[in-house]
Structures are given as structure tokens and as C-alpha cells.
Write a protein that binds this ligand. Structure first.
Ligand SMILES: [Zn+2]
Ligand SMILES: [Zn+2]
Length: 145
């Protein structure tokens, strides 16, 4: 993907862009994503951190330990509260962007439903997308070799 992909928060104070190819497109049903998003799951794309930058505003960061023991840093707009992206301590080379914050989220094609062990009974998932109790093989946040 040569051209930049842009996005931002609800009020427009925080804007970002990236140019790298997404490395994983997912729908996460973990409780933290449910609570944080206020919904059944979070749609996210992981992109190389090297290709990602905040172009305006300064997101506030909230750090919480995940299931894996990793520190998960969630970045959100201090003005409107919109969750924008996250980073996990084991993989500082990746940024997980919330798809709904993209200026054009329509190209997103989820590869997997993850953490379906905590999926909600009222959430009807697409049967054509593979489901994983936690992470698919090779997609957990572990230090890259
Ligand atoms: Zn905002
Ligand atoms: Zn999650």
C-alpha cells in the first residue's frame, strides 16, 4: 500500500496515518475490548509501528495488563474519549488500530474472530470467518525473534 491511510477520533483533535500493509485484521471478543468499546467486540488492524504516526493532537494513554501478562497501552482522545489504537509491550513494532476510526473503514476484511471464549451470546458472528478461543497460532503478542 503506497499511499497513506488516515484516521482520527470523533472530535477530530487526534489524527493519525500509516502506510504499511496491515499484518493482521481481527475482531477481538475479549472482555477488555468489550468493556472499552462498550460493544460486543473490537475491530482492529495491526500495522507496522514504523509506518504509523500521530499527525495531530496528543492521545492520552491508559495502560493495563492483559491476559498474557503484557502491558497493553490504549491510546484515546483526551477530549472526546474515542479509542484510537493500542500497543502491546511484547511487540513495540506493531500498532493495533481501531478500524472504526479510519476515514474509510470499508476496505477492512477480518481474518479471524479472536477471544471467542468470551464472546457474548447475543453477538452473531460471521460463520465464514475462523474462530479462536484466544489468539490464532502465531498471532499472539510474543517478542519477535
Ligand atoms: Zn477527539
Ligand atoms: Zn481484545
Amino acid at each position: 500500500m503506497a499511499s497513506s491511510i488516515t484516521g482520527g477520533c470523533l472530535c477530530g483533535a487526534v489524527r493519525y496515518e500509516f502506510s504499511g500493509e496491515p499484518v493482521f485484521s481481527l475482531l477481538c471478543h475479549c472482555r477488555d475490548c468489550q468493556r472499552q468499546s462498550g460493544s460486543a467486540y473490537a475491530a482492529a488492524v495491526r500495522v507496522p509501528a514504523a509506518s504509523f504516526r500521530v499527525t495531530s493532537g496528543e492521545p492520552k494513554r491508559y495502560i493495563k495488563s492483559g491476559d498474557s501478562g503484557n502491558q497493553v497501552t490504549r491510546a484515546f482522545c483526551p477530549e472526546c474519549g474515542c479509542m484510537l489504537f493500542l500497543q502491546v509491550s511484547a511487540r513495540p513494532d506493531l500498532v493495533g488500530i481501531r478500524v472504526g476510526t479510519l476515514d474509510d473503514p470499508s476496505w477492512f476484511r477480518p481474518e479471524a474472530d479472536i477471544f471467542v471464549k468470551s464472546a457474548q451470546p447475543w453477538d452473531h458472528m460471521n460463520p465464514d470467518i475462523p474462530k479462536y478461543d484466544t489468539y490464532p497460532p502465531g498471532k499472539a503478542y510474543e517478542p519477535s525473534a
